[in-house]
Design a protein around this ligand. Structure first.
Ligand code: SAH
Length: 191
């Protein structure tokens, strides 16, 4: 498929921004798929910081990383991503190459523990502070669950306020699906 799915495109963008020794953040570790992807990309000298408020998500992610032998290059926080600016070591600020968000609920988990605009938007702003010039923020947004449409609109409105001289912000969105498919917001820090 030439036109990949939003989640796959998010990974390709984050992966392209990373290299050996890079710093990366997974803001919603969930089942740990993106965390594992980032851990592979940063190499043995890099570091990934992961956040989730659900203990099951952190536990599933930890076992996935351990099974792959990559747990040593990941720091997992059982905390909200809105705390990322203070949770990361001060020397990481302005040096992170990629931050990934995958919003909504944990597949196979508690569907009421969704991400919410009140914490998502401050976390997105914090993520931009952490990024290095040339770094990328990817946000996979789900509008189909209760509360999802509001969050999707809030993320769009937030992105529209970003200063054009400092950020390039693009939306990648399926347009002819019958249901409410996820879409991707990608933001590159240019200055
Ligand atoms: N919808 C995606 C998966 C999203 S997982 C899919 O279908 O693949 C979203 C994760 O965000 C969940 O594990 C949930 O626990 C987590 N989450 C919710 N609020 C959060 C917060 N404030 N900080 C960090 N993680 C949060």
């Amino acid at each position: 498929m030439l036109l990949e799915k939003p989640l796959d495109y998010a990974k390709r963008l984050a992966g392209a921004a990373l290299g050996a020794g890079a710093l990366a953040v997974d803001a919603t570790v969930g089942n740990g798929h993106d965390t594992l992807f980032l851990a592979e990309r940063v190499g043995a000298s890099g570091r990934v910081f992961g956040f989730d408020v659900q203990p099951e998500a952190v536990a599933r992610t930890r076992s996935r990383l351990e099974a792959a032998g990559l747990a040593g290059r990941v720091t997992l926080f059982e905390r909200g991503h809105e705390a990322m600016r203070t949770a990361l070591p001060p020397e990481a600020v302005g040096r992170v190459r990629a931050v990934m968000f995958n919003l909504g609920y944990l597949p196979g988990g508690d569907k009421t523990r969704i991400t919410r605009p009140g914490t998502t938007l401050p976390a997105l702003t914090a993520a931009l502070d952490l990024l290095a010039p040339g770094g990328v923020l990817t946000v996979v947004v789900y509008g189909g669950h209760p509360g999802g449409a509001e969050e999707s609109d809030a993320v769009t409105a937030w992105a529209e306020t970003l200063e054009p001289g400092r950020f390039r912000a693009l939306a990648y969105r399926p347009v002819n699906r019958r249901n409410t498919p996820p879409w991707l917001l990608a933001v590159e820090k240019t200055g």
